[in-house]
Design a protein around this ligand. Sequence first.
Ligand SMILES: C[S@@+](CC[C@H](N)C(=O)[O-])C[C@H]1O[C@@H](n2cnc3c(N)ncnc32)[C@H](O)[C@@H]1O
Length: 445
Amino acid sequence: MPISPARSVAFEILLRIEKQNAYASELLHSERLEKLTPADRGLAMELVMGVLRWRSRLDDAIAAAASRPLTKLDAEVLNALRLAAYQLQFLTRVPPHAAINESVELVKRAQKRSAAPFANAVLRKMAAAKTMRGQPPANDVAAASVAREYSHPEWLVARWVAQFGQERARQICEFDQQIPSTSLRLENEDAERDLASEGMVLAPGILLASARTLVGGDLTRTRACAEGHAFIQDEASQLVAALVGTGSRLLDCCAAPGGKTAALAWRNPSAEILAVELHPHRAELLRKRVRAANVHIVQADALNLPASGGFDRVLADVPCSGTGTLARNPDIKWRLTPEDLNELHAKQVAILRAALQQLTPGGRAVYSTCSLESEENEAVVEEVLREAKDYRLLDCREELHRLRSTGELMWDDLNSLLSGPFLRTIPGVQPCDGFFAAVIERRGG
Ligand SMILES: C[S@@+](CC[C@H](N)C(=O)[O-])C[C@H]1O[C@@H](n2cnc3c(N)ncnc32)[C@H](O)[C@@H]1O
């Protein structure tokens, strides 16, 4: 029996994520998907993201129907089961027999022929029971039940309950389980007109005047995107770039894929901008995406920057866990461990220390992450500033007031964007990714 290209590609991607620790966001933008028809590409993406988003609930349902523990199943069998389970439970337009038969074929094609009758029996039992849809949300919002209801690791939800309270933790989880909207940053009015003429339907942004929300259309194939006048970029990420403000020499020390570098270049057209990225393939991606003439891109380590100071604006948008972006990157929640947070903290402290040394007296650095975890946020800034007496923390409130007074920031409730002196967006509280930012000034100047 033939297997549809969408299911075949989705299965391959899920296996690579599981066996090679590959990133969904990279695989879903690879050539493998480009070759599919738009309809198949859409279904493949939906299947991969759906399985990753709901993985623990799918596993619970599979375990309830299976005669052996999931830990005893080969990755190929388990992922074929998850793929069908997601379709059975969440996609009303897919006929159950198509979901079941194709997953059984995937098991056979993966050289696991002896497991095919088992897979078939489990899926038919699930199709008959169909236990997951339509359950009312649990009233009990303790971490364990929120984690189970919204398919998140319990340790992560327990941290959010402790940090933000039960209701906020639930809002975050609920937001993570929805397909996020696509936000754009437009560089001029022509871009908006061009997009409309190519059939894109846009709505205003929610946080920023220069942002738009894509309501309909395939943006990746438009001229405004190809020519670099429209960028897909979450509004919280746009807000962090706005916080950096303007200067004459700017350093972006962790720059790829370049969303913020491009925004900095647009805001600072006559400044000199140095954009640094550690990984060669990501530096290449940065070169493709950011073509502004005033941006100089270098592949280097932020701990050993190819510069000798004198920057009046520095952005350290450091590598982080990404727990503020789980709606876009659901694979992260299954990969991350509590120990990773300590390792990330150490790396972030080192990068921020190196970044601050590049500031000229009176210059300002923005430290940012797309993480919700305090080890990667407040704790990094506090640890670095404890020993760096030449630097002081500024209150983001003043910067937000400035952006509000120029009309760039449209969000009225500034308090909800702040946590003490820091900028913090929370998915589900604001309709965007969870970002953290601190503004640090070098004394003197
Ligand atoms: C959070 S991402 C930056 C996102 C980017 N600022 C944007 O808005 O598109 C962090 C980047 O830092 C890079 N990176 C990690 N360690 C680094 C280091 N030691 N030096 C420079 N770049 C590093 C990662 O490869 C990754 O591309």
